[in-house]
Design a protein around this ligand. Sequence first.
Ligand code: COA
Ligand code: MG
Length: 299
Amino acid sequence: MKPPRRSMLFMPGDSLRKIAKAATLEADCIVMDLEDGVALNQKAEARKVIAQAFQEVDFGRREKLIRINPLYTGMTYEDIHATIACQPDGYVIPKVEHPDQLKEIDYILRQLEHQQNYPSQSIGLYAVIESALGIVNVGQIAGATPRLRALMFGAEDLAGDIGAQRTSDGWEVFYARSAVVTAAAAYRLDPIDTVHPDFHDPEGLERECQKARQMGYTGKMAIHPNQVATMNKMFSPSPEEIDRAKRLLQVNQEQQAQGIGAFAFEGKMVDMPMIRHAERILQSAQIAGLLDISASQDQ
Ligand code: COA
Ligand code: MG
């Protein structure tokens, strides 16, 4: 079964203290950063610190990811070469604008997986879409390689690129936020919502999680330990939702057996889209470890 990706906690790759701290938190994914969270003159040090962290820190069940620098910086190869021996679960690729960028990294990883004796395709890719060109090409990016596991939406960089001003409603990035989740759904990737930079705003964070979940997002990027619990809660179905979904699917089975496709449940019409929604609730409950049936899922 694929792992949950409700909370993806970022920290600067040159901070062993923060990486070690992250391994004590309930974050589903730990993203050690080599990109914008690390100063230019600290990149080499950060690569070393990350390699050290993989040796010394017990990350438990958490997914271990490394965000590398985009291809145009010329640092991508070094980032990968310096960390491939750590066998990370995957690389987060920022500022993806074209499917060829992912294909190029996929090609490099294919050689390195072979060299290192890792199973083929075992190192995943997670693409951050955070520019106007990235949004325009997001459909092609989503289908670039089977190695891709998630599309992550970056609202702050996008707003900078299109010249938008961020508002608390986020309507200025609604089109892009919607484009990313739609492309992810089309290719069965995990859609991960943008950061909430104000890490002393639990109510605002909860509202943003709710909005993202209503749009179809299944997780969010975190930048501070105190954001993780809210994300895990908000991107997990509640006991009431799980209970209702189970009952609905039970009634559906009975109706189907009688040859009935559309029927009334708790006073409302139910047909296929609602069945699909109920199935999704149970699927995400299972991924979050809230159910004990053992149907298997892809990565
Ligand atoms: N991951 C792991 N641990 C973190 C953390 C993170 N993202 N952010 C803070 N912590 C730790 C701190 O080290 C501190 O632990 P300590 O008491 O053992 O030293 C504790 O959590 C409380 O931190 P706090 O004092 O509230 O924050 P700060 O002033 O140390 O750091 C930021 C604030 C914004 C610099 C920090 O949260 C951070 O580095 N965030 C990630 C930034 C990043 O990676 N950006 C790029 C991706 S968008
Ligand atoms: Mg960024």
